[in-house]
Design a protein around this ligand. Structure first.
Ligand code: SAH
Length: 213
């Protein structure tokens, strides 16, 4: 299946009907072909609004969840963004359409290598992908204007809060891994953090340490 005019129309329709209304986000998701980030058996389902399995027992998120999270970040073109949980690289590629620079980390080296190869093949030059435990953030590149966590934490990790700029926004799914989690938007102000609950979601857990592959 290809991301042709009809596939795009259906894809965008599903996004809008699930609350993705920001035109810049919709345009970004129209530009990035989700099919490029899915290998093997599931490629023909790439444009359906469902999560799909990828290597290392992980999942590529549902497109409408990618859209809602991206929209909630309120990205600006000068923003430096950290994504924790590269997975397939799809979410990072969407962020890269809207921000100046994206750093993305995953605990599985194999996923990072595969994602890098896709970014290169597509000529996306403003993403840097690292194999790292993202629960510690990325101290060398901090602070960030925006942080997006695409794995569920029991609480927003302290090091990530510390690496957020004043005025910065972090989106993170919070809750136990085997239950429905809440998507939280954290805004850092000079003297405090504000927490806002957005919607229920379901993500794989944020796991400490590096993966075996
Ligand atoms: N954003 C991805 C989907 C993420 S799935 C996409 O667009 O495809 C969640 C990812 O988080 C998995 O790949 C998992 O390996 C990663 N992950 C879990 N705990 C992590 C940690 N502590 N540091 C970095 N990555 C982590």
């Amino acid at each position: 299946m290809t991301f042709d005019a009809e596939a795009k129309m259906q894809f965008l329709f599903a996004l809008r009907s699930k609350g993705v209304t920001d035109s810049a986000v919709l345009e970004a998701m129209e530009r990035v072909d989700r099919g490029d980030f899915i290998q093997g058996y599931f490629t023909d389902r790439a444009y359906e609004d469902m999560p799909l399995p990828i290597a290392c027992g992980q999942t590529i998120s549902q497109p409408s969840v990618v859209g809602v999270m991206t929209q909630a970040l309120q990205l600006g073109p000068r923003d430096k963004v950290l994504e924790v949980g590269t997975g397939s690289g799809y979410q990072a590629a969407v962020l890269a359409q809207l921000a100046r620079r994206v750093y993305t980390v995953d605990r599985h080296r194999r996923l990072v290598q595969a994602a890098r190869a896709i970014f290169d093949a597509q000529g996306i030059t403003n993403i840097t992908a690292f194999t790292a435990d993202g629960s510690h953030g990325l101290p060398d590149q901090a602070p960030f204007d925006r942080i997006l966590v695409t794995a569920a934490a029991e609480d927003p990790p302290g090091p990530l809060l510390a690496q957020l700029k004043i005025g910065g926004i972090m989106i993170v799914p919070v809750g136990q891994s085997d239950a429905v989690q809440r998507l939280i938007r954290v805004t850092r102000h000079e003297d405090r953090f504000d927490y806002e609950e957005l919607r229920p979601v379901r993500f794989v857990p944020l796991v400490e340490g590096l993966g075996k592959d």
